[in-house]
Design a protein around this ligand. Structure first.
Ligand SMILES: [Zn+2]
Length: 472
């Protein structure tokens, strides 16, 4: 289906920064074919300091209230949602009055299968959480349970504006199956652990390759995902690095999540986890490093030298009492910083809007500096930086011609976003995800006017409830 989306405000990123501009959007074959307002001229609404000489208050009224409150244009349905408004040549016309259209958010680190354990292991210490709560449940969770749990995770991500996610899972084929059903874009890795990739870890590595073979598509890609330096031997990590290079695959790993992990690495190897991975030849610009909480100054230099990508998980790291990644220092060093929610068992949501707001506020508090981690940086981290980490610069995380049509439509008349004094602030500090009305991935609506189109929500609730009763 090709679409012409009219009357919406597009969040564009130009050389001057972000601008919310009222322009038409043409979508063809899953890509943004053209951005342009034909006849109506270019209009802006407020986006930080970029108002472009346009009178501010009338701008919001013009883009906000005009269509809904006046006489509907010919052929256009009147209403509050994203409406079909007729056909023009080969395009179905969508009326996006009162909507902000932004690039889909990219959740750079999660474990969708853990959603079933939401609010199951809270207010306990890290060892209790991992070894006595999470792992015993994982051990008895049937494989199909991971599918329904992952699908619930996909549903929550879509409902809160995420179109792509990076996943590490433990159940063969269930996460890709869920992502495929949901119609999301996903970068998925079977968690690898053990001493030797071709002996101890062999069955998991085989599973990783089998999944790739069975599910790789335009939307679903696979990345090699050793769990952590404390659950994988150095030999296995080197083997993974070799396989990734040979197969042209990216790698992800949990790194320097807790002080104990760093202390143990120094005891065992005489170096920090970052230096350890660097010496094993594991770090490069295709490497995605989740957490990076406990960092030393020379760790940042090493990460910079290898151009590795950082994924900060502010809620999970804070909630498990591990601390905060030093993202301000990392940004100063020029590191590529992205955002992830981690799993619902440690967060306890997969809502990227909550994560974005937390990230900024936590770092302003820590730095005792209200200018730290500003909204523009945070929004870029959740979109453009993530696209860069996934080698999809200018294809994902932006509204641009020839980019993928992964789009989120937010209701500018939601109370939490009104008035629209500053769009970037609205998205970073005010939005809670409930403003997301419709979501498109690769030009296909997966949620429209809050209705899930690819997932049978009631069935998911029924199946997940059954699992909870049986396994938790
Ligand atoms: Zn994780």
């Amino acid at each position: 289906m090709n679409y012409k989306i009219e009357n919406g405000c597009l969040l564009l990123h130009t050389e001057e920064g972000f601008q919310a501009v009222k322009q038409d959007l043409y979508i063809e074959d899953g890509k943004i074919a053209k951005i342009g307002s034909f006849g109506a001229g270019k209009e802006e609404i407020r986006s930080g300091s970029l108002v472009g000489g346009i009178e501010k208050d009338s701008r919001i009224l013009e883009t906000g209230i005009g269509k809904g409150s006046g006489i509907p244009e010919a052929g256009m349905s009147k209403g509050s949602g994203v409406q079909e408004a007729g056909i023009e040549k080969d395009y179905q016309i969508i009326d996006a009055s009162n909507k902000l259209i932004m690039p889909g958010l990219i959740n750079m680190h999660t474990h969708a299968y853990m959603t079933v354990m939401r609010n199951y292991a809270d207010d306990v210490d890290f060892d209790e959480w991992l070894f006595r709560r999470v792992m015993p449940v994982e051990d008895q969770l049937p494989k199909e349970a991971a599918y329904w749990s992952s699908l619930l995770g996909c549903m929550e991500m879509i409902q809160t504006g995420t179109t792509s996610f990076v996943d590490m899972h433990m159940y063969h084929k269930q996460s890709p199956k869920a992502a495929q059903q949901a119609g999301m874009r996903a970068f998925i890795g079977r968690g690898l652990v053990g001493e030797d990739l071709y002996q101890d870890g062999f069955s998991r590595f085989q599973e990783a390759l089998e999944e790739k073979e069975a599910y790789e598509s335009d939307l679903i890609k696979f990345i090699l995902s050793p769990h952590a330096i404390y659950s994988c031997s150095g030999k296995l990590l080197s083997q993974v690095a070799e396989e990734a290079a040979k197969r042209d695959m990216q790698k992800q790993i949990h790194l320097s999540e807790s002080q104990a992990e760093v202390d143990n690495a120094i005891d065992k190897y005489g170096k920090t986890p970052v230096k350890y991975l660097s010496d094993l030849g594991f770090l490069d610009k295709g490497t995605i490093l989740a957490h990076c909480v406990q960092m030393r100054q020379d760790d940042l230099d090493i990460l910079r030298a290898h151009q590795a990508n950082i994924v900060t998980n502010p809620a999970s790291n804070a909630k498990l009492g591990n601390g905060f990644a030093p993202i301000c220092e990392m940004a100063e060093k020029g590191l590529n910083i992205c955002i992830g929610t981690d799993g619902a068992c440690s967060n306890n949501t997969l809502n990227m809007f909550r994560e974005m707001g937390l990230l900024s506020i936590i770092h302003k508090g820590i730095a005792q500096d209200s200018t730290a981690a500003p909204a523009q940086f945070v929004i870029k981290a959740a979109t453009e930086h993530a696209a860069k980490a996934l080698s999809m610069e200018q294809k994902l995380g932006v509204i641009a011609e020839q980019a993928e049509a992964d789009l989120v439509f937010l209701d500018l008349h939601a109370a939490s976003l009104f008035p629209n004094n500053n769009i970037l602030s609205s998205l970073c500090y005010s939005a809670n995800g409930s403003e997301v009305e419709s979501v498109m991935v690769k030009g296909r609506f997966v949620m429209r006017n809050r209705q899930m189109l690819t997932i049978d929500a009631e069935r998911v609730y029924y199946e997940v409830d059954k699992i909870v009763r049986k396994c938790l």
